[in-house]
Design a binder for this molecule. Structure first.
Ligand SMILES: Nc1nc2c(ncn2[C@@H]2O[C@H](COP(=O)(O)OP(=O)(O)OP(=O)(O)O)[C@@H](O)[C@H]2O)c(=O)[nH]1
Length: 335
């Protein structure tokens, strides 16, 4: 529930073509303690002002020359991003009250003003408006949580699948390839077993940051399981365009990790699958990359390996590339 302070600090705009009416409303609002109030006598400015300031409440006179309150509301509806029109109509015409509500106003205040009614209606409307904003914010956070891994903040499997689908559509439209790289850390279990789960978590966060730091802004880096990550590359010309970043990622993951007083070493294996060479849709592509990862693990870890050609294509031996420099495979630690 919004606090009294939040209500008094809400952003309010008064719109009326009569200066005396504006002065009266400003006085009422300021006397009541509202601290963030502005006004305009130009109804044509309201949409622009609202776009700029996102008012919590617009006190809108309905009868104005040039542009009346109903026309202003029509304009506001077109720009209101969250579908909530924060308008309280001001009218001396009883017949306008229902029309104003039908046009999207949340409530109305009758002229001449009854002070008690003005205070109550403004307070109630702001309470609902701020509550609506809190709910919208909460629901946005929930959506974020549903699509991201809480430990690393990276996209999770669900968002990854969406991103791959978009990347494949783009690749198909531009007659390009795309690559999916499936990473699994080597011997990560030993870190948990030897140094504890919290240390393992910290390593996962550091690995995530390194993967993001070594990828292009337009690539997706996702965490899909315990020590498993997937990176999606768009705009790929051929296998070499994925093998080069894969070698770079193997090197980056192999840099030492500082956790408290410990210096830990770790390596990773990567499976690579190309669209459309190895599969032409999201999940088969991920599966192909996962199978290639298995080949990389089986042939010694700390390396990347490309997927086998899809059925009907040449069945060549797996294209396995060990890390450029001989490195400790798996995990080691120095204190
Ligand atoms: N710290 C931490 N560990 C996790 C988390 N999720 C899964 N794990 C652990 O990650 C480890 C994954 O190990 P595996 O990939 O099966 O085995 P590995 O030791 O990496 O062996 P290889 O993959 O064959 O090199 C398991 O011990 C899981 O318990 C997590 O969120 N935090």
């Amino acid at each position: 529930m919004p606090s009294p302070d939040e209500i008094l600090n809400a952003k309010i705009l008064v719109v009326d073509d009569c200066a005396d009416n504006i002065d009266l409303m400003l006085e009422i609002l300021r006397d009541a303690g509202y601290a963030n109030v502005s006004s305009t006598m130009l109804p044509g400015m309201v949409c622009g002002l609202h776009r700029q300031h996102c008012y919590d409440l617009i006190l809108l006179d309905l009868q104005m020359p040039e542009l009346n309150g109903f026309q202003v509301m029509k304009g506001l509806k077109e720009i209101e991003q969250d579908g909530y029109l924060p308008v309280l109509a001001l009218t001396a015409q009883p017949s306008f009250k229902i029309a104003a509500l039908e046009a999207g106003a949340r409530d109305f205040i009758s002229k001449p003003f009854d002070l008690l009614e003005v205070h109550k209606r403004i307070h109630n409307m702001l309470e609902v408006r701020l509550l609506y904003k809190e709910l919208a914010q909460y629901s946005k956070q929930q959506q974020e949580l549903a699509l991201h891994d809480p430990l690393t903040g990276l996209p999770n499997r669900r968002l990854l699948e969406d991103r791959i689908a978009t990347t494949l559509q783009h690749a198909a439209r531009h007659m390009r390839k795309a690559a999916v790289m499936y990473l699994d850390l080597d011997g990560f279990k030993a870190i948990n077993d030897t140094h504890g789960h919290a240390c393992g978590d910290e390593i996962l966060r550091q690995v995530a940051a390194r993967l993001v730091g070594s990828s292009r802004k337009e690539d997706t880096v996702a965490r899909v399981g315990g020590d498993e990550f997937v990176i999606v590359l768009g705009e790929v010309g051929g296998l070499a365009d994925a093998q080069e970043p894969a070698s770079k990622l193997i090197e980056v993951v192999s840099e030492p990790y500082k956790v408290g007083d410990l210096t830990l070493h770790l390596s990773t294996s990567i499976g690579i699958a190309l669209y459309p060479d190895h599969a032409d849709s999201v999940n088969p592509l991920i599966q192909k990359a996962d199978q290639a990862l298995y080949d990389a693990k089986r042939s010694g870890k700390n390396r990347h390996c490309a997927a086998q050609p899809a059925a009907g294509m040449d069945g060549a031996a797996p294209d396995v590339a060990p890390a450029a420099s001989p490195q400790r495979q798996g995990v080691s630690a120095t204190a």
